[in-house]
Design a protein around this ligand. Structure first.
Ligand code: C2O
Ligand code: CU
Length: 464
């Protein structure tokens, strides 16, 4: 098969027969096992292209899936064989603060040749992930991430499960190597580092055989630095079962396109309706073009004829917020970026003009402050109900992620959205979220478009 550069850039070559099973590693609950971050190379681009140098957990990207039972204790000795300090963040887990893995906030970066013992309990079932949290814009882009799956007490009624980590890579089509400029001012001031080569589980033509009539569970994880995937189904009838690990009270029918922002996850149950000999697809839309993100060739017919709509997954702790009139109110005003209106903001205690900030490769502010400071955005006492208004006064969408706790969006009609840990806020709009500050510690709150985070969009809250 001859691939043109254009096809490579679209990452959309004809669907081949290649099948890649996800890297699965069942975690044993018996003391520490190691997880080593190291340099590796892999055949990311199509055959005929050079291998790509990546960084991966256990030399793999995605790293080995960690799959454990709800309530299990996870013990991993992180071994850093990278040329930079690093740490691991367990995205979406209601974790003990000391194990949250944020270099510079909850721990020091683990220096090359050093180790750190992560030891925590996973209280909620669901789809989570782990990724590097030092120089994330570089380390995640180089491949340092993997899935963390926490199983329900009782396995739901499905025939097949697929953990799908969606990513895009910015690679040079001549050399197949990653663009090494992880700090490009244009990425930082615009939409972030968007790749030109899109993969699922590191495979640009991910494919997995299915049977007609089977019910699949798709655990989708957006591991990209900045890309908002716009997804849809073909030959599949689907329901959203959970967002960011947290089950919905009522499964939601998938109708048309749905976005998945960086850091977000969605659990879908999908019934294969495509005929035997055809294929079903998870599709992505880019520039009004529909392309396969994952293919499911239908190789047989299932013995089950038709199924009822799925029952909801068993609930996690998911608090039902009913009233936030007495909640502590906090406002976070986002400013900056290209075409924004930011005049001045404070960087390292100094008031700077937008031009001066740009010279420092910083572009965004929260409440007039760029990046992390010694003092938190806000401090709460444990158990306090918080409503946080996010005013996006920039020209870009931002995927805001709160560590350590899930929140609900406060909707206009007085209702509350699903529990989430990462929410897409749109340009020029105000989004309000509410949560109970019930996990003590220092929790990062930042944009998961990692170039934005590196260029100013991060702060933290303190729960006493
Ligand atoms: Cu998934 Cu602070 O990150
Ligand atoms: Cu952002």
């Amino acid at each position: 098969m001859i691939l043109t550069r254009r096809k490579l850039l679209q990452g959309s070559a004809a669907l081949g027969a290649a099948t890649l099973s996800p890297h699965m590693g069942l975690a044993q609950n018996e003391g520490f096992t190691s997880i080593t971050a190291r340099l590796a190379s892999m055949q990311l681009a199509p055959d005929g292209y050079a291998q790509t140098d990546v960084w991966g957990y256990e030399g793999l990207t995605p790293g080995p899936t960690i799959q454990v039972a709800k309530g299990a204790r996870v013990q991993r000795q992180f071994v850093n064989e990278l040329p930079q300090g690093s740490s691991i963040h367990w995205h979406g887990i209601r974790i003990d603060n000391a194990m949250d893995g944020v270099s510079g906030l909850t721990q020091d970066a683990v220096e090359p040749g050093q180790t750190f013992d992560y030891d925590f309990v996973v209280p909620d079932a669901g789809t989570y992930w782990f990724h590097a949290h030092n120089k994330s814009v570089e380390q995640v882009a180089r491949g340092l991430y993997g899935a963390l799956i926490v199983e329900e007490d009782e396995a739901p009624d499905i025939d097949q499960e697929e953990v799908l980590l969606l990513d895009d890579w910015l690679i040079n089509p001549d050399t197949a190597q990653l663009d090494p400029d992880f700090e490009a001012p244009h990425d930082r001031s615009h939409g972030g580092r968007n790749g030109n080569f899109i993969t699922t589980n590191g495979d640009y033509q991910f494919s997995s055989d299915v049977k007609q009539g089977d019910r699949l569970r798709l655990r989708l994880i957006n591991a990209a630095n900045a890309r908002i995937f716009v997804l849809s189904l073909m030959g599949l009838e689907g329901w959203v079962m959970a967002y960011d690990g947290m089950p919905l009270d009522k499964p939601e029918k998938v109708n048309g396109e749905f976005p998945l922002a960086p850091g977000q996850r969605v659990d879908l149950f999908v019934d294969v309706t495509a005929e035997e000999g055809e294929a079903a697809y998870l599709l992505r839309t880019i520039d009004e073009q529909l392309l396969p993100q994952a293919a499911f060739p239908v190789t047989a017919r299932s013995s089950v004829s038709t199924r009822d709509a799925p029952q909801p997954l068993p609930p996690n702790h998911g608090e039902h917020i009913t009233d936030v009139s007495d909640a502590t109110a906090v406002t976070l005003r986002m400013e900056g970026g290209a075409m924004g209106r930011l005049n001045t903001a404070v960087l390292d205690g100094e008031e700077m003009t937008f031009r001066q900030l740009a010279e420092a490769n910083q572009f965004w502010s929260f409440n007039g402050v760029v990046g992390m400071t010694e003092t938190p955005l806000a401090g709460f006492s444990r158990g306090e109900m918080v409503k946080l208004k996010i005013e996006n006064e920039t020209r870009f969408p931002h995927a805001m992620h709160l560590h350590g706790m899930h929140f609900r969006e406060v909707l206009e009609d007085g209702q509350f959205g699903p529990m989430r840990d990462t929410i897409l806020t749109y340009a020029g709009r105000t989004t309000e979220i509410a949560f109970r500050a019930d996990n003590p510690g220092k929790w990062l709150f930042h944009c998961h478009m990692l170039s934005h985070s590196a260029a100013g969009m991060r702060t933290w809250i303190d729960v006493a």
